[in-house]
Ligand binder design. Structure first.
Ligand SMILES: [Zn+2]
Ligand SMILES: [Zn+2]
Length: 234
């Protein structure tokens, strides 16, 4: 079966994300757009994953729980889990590795922790837009050891990407790659290249979702589909 997936989205916790983009809104809009698997991947933090899970359950949509990690090489990598406890546990590790620099909301935006209703229940204090003290290789290994998917983000972007920052794709066991223009990636190393919306605003949800052939609509089905690599773009 062919499913529609979008594994890269932010919420109001990401300082560069809109305050209006609550985790529940992301789930509801994914349902509206017939997206079968949607992931929330805020920068370096897992604090809005719980309401996202609740909203996905209410919407009866398969939600995955992620973090977009800014590695020590200043590269963005998506760590995505089926199990929310694994995501929150790994997220706590990442949060502890963030430098003790306070966010400046006026300059960089708010970092709102919200509940299912979108009410602000906390403010994340440390800046989430910074590198945290973990290497790309350790992100790959730590994510895979928790049965997660590890996907270098927007590898063709001119900043915060593997190709821009390192100049090459280190030989590591990634689950897939994500690109803005997947057709233009010359050396995929045999990996499936996905697109992801990287939505920071409500209106961008679903902008770069893609279709993947899978044996069944489940996390295991997704993993199988990523290995098979029958992907098409919108
Ligand atoms: Zn990014
Ligand atoms: Zn992002």
């Amino acid at each position: 079966m062919k499913i529609k997936i979008d594994l890269h989205n932010h919420s109001c916790l990401s300082p560069c994300g809109s305050d209006e983009l609550t985790p529940a809104l992301l789930a509801i809009e994914a349902l509206e757009q017939n997206i079968d698997i949607i992931a929330l991947t805020d920068h370096n933090c897992s604090k809005n994953l719980k309401p996202f899970k609740e909203a996905c359950e209410l919407c009866n949509i398969l939600g995955l729980f992620g973090i977009e990690i800014n590695t020590i090489e200043d590269v963005h990598v998506l760590s995505i889990f089926n199990n929310i406890e694994s995501a929150i546990e790994f997220g706590s590790l990442i949060e502890a590795l963030l430098p003790n620099i306070d966010n400046n909301p006026k300059l960089l935006g708010n970092q709102n922790i919200v509940n299912l209703d979108g009410e602000i229940i906390g403010i994340y204090k440390k800046s989430l837009i910074t590198t945290c003290g973990i290497s790309l290789e350790d992100v790959v290994n730590e994510t895979l050891s928790r049965d997660g998917l590890v996907i270098p983000a927007h590898i063709d972007r001119s900043v915060n990407s593997i190709l821009a920052n390192l100049g090459f794709l280190p030989d590591l066991p990634y689950s897939a790659l994500e690109a803005i223009h997947p057709d233009k990636i010359k050396d995929t190393k045999g990996l499936t290249v996905l697109t992801g919306s990287d939505a920071h605003y409500f209106e961008n949800i679903g902008d770069r979702s893609c279709f993947l052939e899978v044996p069944e609509l489940s996390y295991e089905g997704l993993k199988h589909g990523l290995l098979e690599g029958k992907v098409s773009y919108i």
